[in-house]
Design a protein around this ligand. Structure first.
Ligand SMILES: Cc1ncc(COP(=O)(O)O)c(C=O)c1O
Length: 429
């Protein structure tokens, strides 16, 4: 019988097809994928940062099973139900009782909600987004996405009144970096934007990923985030963080803004939030959310009871199962191992990350040019050795390591042993 790849050619568009070597998965458990041709593969993608506790975690399964026997759908637009209400209570408590939140289904939908909320609250039209950003695939989120023109091609005209600022990617900055500090140009660009492009009184929000995901796992200097916070305060602009990828324990706290110490006015969450089930949330400071009146936003499936029950199980594991602590510890292990690899292979230009959101950047060591071809070869060699890796960055030249948040040191040892072999093999060609 044809495999899943061959069968898909007849049923899905090229946009949803993968290569012939893509694993055809039949089941998964913990950090392992099991394929239809009998392979057991280490999964360092976690469904693109979704399976927070690994595949099919027993506590997530138990919560889903129990909830499926109790209430599968009610519709939050028309009814109250558990565990929706309980989950809002727990999440608000974990974020310092300053926010209220609203559930949707996907990251893009939460980001749409975040932008709508900022516009609704401020009565202003403009969104300033960042270069190299990824926020989703809907029209509005594609408009503020700049990590790759392919995500926007043929969808013009995009949403109006969107402008872009530079995000500090210090490994590739054209400006001078002194003592690892953020070059001043990343701050002063806002003076220029406000003077020459758009008056700040027209700006509803400055929106960004607090750590860029798709754009290359780029960690900005905290002083820059603090500066943007200040200008938002000065001009009554909402600071929106897209925490779709960086959130729900990935950086060692529930949200990256808690790790980085800069509070947004509005932020989105999705991916790992329900351990594999579709769920997302838009949070807003209470005073902002209290302006969002009935009918101003909504959706049929958001806050599905089964997804909420799964999310409660993940949340319990993060705090009471020691998973957040594990993220901090294993994050150190990953970065130490990445630095060892970097010392061995000059083609590794940069290694960076926070918690368990880490990347290895492949370059031409002569001139630092991104080497996407080498990165693809490393991925292919790793897969031959049963290690599944994703890339990121506009030039596809970074390996992003996104293990489940409860990953063990033993698994990481194996991952890096394979990665070492894969880089050596890719260099041999
Ligand atoms: C930072 C960020 N925002 C938004 C999205 C879009 O999320 P979704 O695919 O669930 O709509 C993603 C997905 O990769 C993301 O990484």
């Amino acid at each position: 019988m044809a495999n899943q790849h061959e069968r898909s050619q007849y049923t899905v568009p090229p946009m949803a097809m993968h290569s012939a070597t893509t694993p055809c998965v039949v089941r998964a458990e913990g950090v392992y994928l099991y394929t239809e041709d009998g392979r057991k593969i280490i999964d360092m993608a976690s469904g693109i940062a979704v399976n927070a506790l690994g595949h099919c975690h027993p506590k997530v399964i138990a919560a889903i099973e129990k909830q499926a026997h109790t209430l599968i759908h009610a519709g939050h637009n028309v009814l109250y139900y558990e565990p929706y209400v309980t989950l809002t209570e727990k999440l608000i408590e974990k974020t310092g009782n300053k926010y209220k939140l609203y559930f949707s289904n996907s990251g893009a939908e939460a980001n749409e909600g975040a932008m709508k909320l900022a516009k609704y609250y401020t009565h202003r039209p403009v969104i300033i987004s960042m270069k190299n950003a990824f926020h989703g695939r809907t029209m509005a989120t594609a408009t503020i996405t700049t990590s790759n023109a392919g995500y926007r091609k043929y969808y013009e005209p995009m949403m109006p009144s969107v402008y872009f600022a530079e995000y500090p990617y210090l490994y590739r900055t054209p400006y001078q970096v002194v003592d690892g500090k953020c070059p001043k140009e990343y701050m002063t660009q806002f003076d220029e934007i406000f003077k020459k492009i758009v008056d700040p009184s027209m700006v509803a929000a400055i929106m960004m990923e607090p750590i860029q995901g798709e754009g290359g796992y780029v960690v900005p200097p905290v002083e820059w985030l603090q500066y943007v916070r200040e200008i938002c305060d000065k001009h009554g602009i909402c600071l929106i963080f897209d925490e779709v990828q960086s959130g729900f324990g990935r950086t060692g706290e529930l949200y990256a803004w808690q790790t980085l110490g800069v509070e947004p006015d509005i932020f989105s969450s999705a991916k790992g939030i329900a351990g594999g089930l579709p769920l997302s949330a838009v949070y807003g400071k209470k005073e902002i959310m209290d302006h969002w009146t009935a009918g101003a936003h909504g959706g049929t499936f958001g806050g599905n009871p089964v997804s909420c029950a799964a999310s409660l199980a993940v949340l319990e594991e993060l705090y009471e199962g020691g998973v957040l602590e594990n993220v901090k510890k294993m994050g150190e292990v990953v970065r130490a191992k990445m630095r060892e690899l970097q010392a061995k292979y000059p083609v590794i230009g940069d290694v960076r990350g926070v918690g368990l959101m880490n990347a290895i950047e492949f370059v031409n060591p002569e001139n630092k040019d991104p080497d996407g071809k080498l990165c693809a070869a490393v991925q292919a060699e790793a897969l031959k050795r049963d290690l599944f890796l994703l890339n990121c960055g506009s030039e596809h030249n970074n390996i992003r390591l996104i293990p489940p948040l409860n990953v063990t040191e033993d698994v990481l040892e194996t991952v890096f042993a394979i990665l070492d072999e894969a880089v050596a093999a890719a260099l041999k060609g």
